[in-house]
Design a protein. Structure first.
Length: 160
């Protein structure tokens, strides 16, 4: 089994789609642990606020198989995977970490969003504060502090 960390986001019918994403992940993985859910403004475009969180899970799939399974979930729940990067999302599932694997080809892991966006790093930190990112010597706290323009986050009282 491989432990993976998945970024989960939605800005369309957010509560429904965050719950659906977690339910779908439970069908392809085990030992799910969820971070708190955060709300933040849409990034890179004008749209509804996003809900973002991170899920820690164990999977027997390899990286390519797991990535394909996540894409299937996104499409099932109405995501247009060929659409522009910054746009409204029913469900957005991103592999942040996949064990200690480092991949320079798609899917890229560790995902660079960990080092760029507080809406990714904060819930990851909440879930696993002592986590060591492969190929990086900094703590998640140091990575959070180094994000150049952190997005304002509001922790949501979310019931799964």
């Amino acid at each position: 089994m491989i432990t993976a960390f998945i970024g989960v986001g939605s800005n369309v019918d957010r509560e429904k789609h965050i719950r659906a994403a977690c339910q779908e992940l439970s069908l392809i993985a085990s030992n799910l642990k969820m971070s708190p859910v955060y709300a933040c403004e849409s990034f890179g475009f004008s749209g509804n606020d996003f809900y973002n969180m991170v899920v820690r899970l164990d999977t027997s799939l390899n990286l390519v198989e797991f990535s394909a399974a996540l894409k299937e979930i996104e499409v099932k729940w109405g995501r247009d995977i060929d659409a522009a990067k910054f746009q409204n999302r029913t469900i957005d599932l991103d592999i942040l970490l996949f064990g200690n694997e480092i991949s320079q080809k798609k899917p890229l892991v560790p995902r660079e969003d960990i080092f760029k966006y507080s809406f990714v790093t904060q819930p990851l930190y909440d879930l696993a504060p002592d986590l060591v990112i492969p190929n990086d010597e900094r703590t998640l706290c140091q990575i959070l502090a180094a994000i150049p323009a952190p997005v304002a986050l509001r922790r949501i009282d979310f019931q799964f």
